[in-house]
Design a binder for this molecule. Sequence first.
Ligand code: AMP
Ligand code: ZN
Length: 492
Amino acid sequence: MPLRLFNTLTGQLDPLEPADGKALRMYACGPTVYDYGHIGNFRTFLQIDVLRRFLQLSGVALRHVMNITDVDDKIIRNAAQAGVSIGEYTARYEAAFFEDLDALRVQRPEQIARATEHIGQMVALIQKLAEAGAAYQAEDGSWYFRLRAFPEYGKLSKKDLSGMEDGARVDVDEYEKDSARDFALWKAPKPGETSWETAIGQGRPGWHIECSAMAMEYLGESLDLHAGGEDLMFPHHENEIAQSETVTHKPFARHWMHVRFLLVDGRKMSKSEGNFYTLRDLLLKGYKASAIRLALISVPYRHQLNFTFDGLVEATAAIDRLRTFHQRLTEGQFGPGATPAMQEAAHKAHADYLAALANDLNTAEARAPIFDLVRAANTAIDQGQFLAADRDAILAVLKDFDAVFDVIADNDAEPTRQALAWAEREGRMAEVAPELLAAQSISDEAIEALVAERTLAKRQRNFARADQIRNELAEKGVVIEDSKDGVRWKRK
Ligand code: AMP
Ligand code: ZN
């Protein structure tokens, strides 16, 4: 089923398909690596991951490019304060960014592009803009885009910019909402700032030019899709359109996707508001990476999501249900054949799941039939009305569910271990939740040994010792489950 995705440019759901019939050429604005990302940032990257994975599941090949903004005002300021080069400064946060993406199981784009490695392409684009009369150099040597040169300015964000002042300029990377001004393409260096010597003078690129230059470098003049958080619609994406279309006279991107913000108590989660959590903060509080992933993707991208700890608790419980059920299917013994009721239920859940995702990536509606199916199957198994082919049909549905949601396989130990190692290195062990520390203090081998000892104790009718072991393990966050197939344990 082809994906119909809301298109900010047309204001409607449009089918999303590769124009060349081969691979979908998409560009997503990446992070500015001046600090650790917060989970608001990761909501955007996770929703783009949902898009990627659903396209792959639908058989669409991808050419996805993401930029890394590794030079800007904040980076230059922070690197100078730390007394290191901007390269040294950003390397550390770029590595942290990828570590966080891996923890959240966000797939890597096919191409990562660093701004500082594409200065030549940006300079060439500014030269073309100057030839077209759309760029001019100010007294200090900085270059600006002349908004008057692009009458369609505002077509993405649908802002009425008729009253804008010709020649009014803005030279910072971030500026007040609703002010349409000539924006900086190239910034002349202030004393001591990092800069490049180029054909258009000494300086460094503005933020907007980087995305136009790198998107066209890797994906050509007209992209199938351009994506980012909702704050980027204006002015960043509007500026990218102006820069690119002035030169090419072609639509820069046919489709624009904007992810709504993650909020905290009704306000956007952001560094400047000081109301943010990083992934590491949450891992050290004992939440699992999979629960954070599920909580951040379960509300569809076009809805704002209010962050709560209850949401993480709910996601943890939901994942637990899925994993327990999956284990029950893979380890259970079922007679040969199929039941019509289960076959029908599996078929319907699968169809509803795919239809919900195809309808503007509605993750909330996609999730619901899967959990309904789990409930129905658990009941059927309890009643002995579940056969081997039912298991196969349901495992196939769960496989497609996990192709996008990716929370069933339990890989949660590694991100938590990494966060703890990081806390240790950074002297932040005081932030670690006590239960998490307790849970880490026992190895898998030690658990296995205690579980075996408990089984033996029970066989010898030494119930006091068996209970003692159960309690000891519980204190370390390990739960034991006795079932007819034997004893299972898991970390909470
Ligand atoms: P930045 O590193 O600030 O350039 O942001 C990286 C990405 O995160 C951009 O696509 C932003 O639009 C997005 N973003 C920033 N804050 C939030 C938030 N609170 N919720 C969702 N996305 C966000
Ligand atoms: Zn961008």
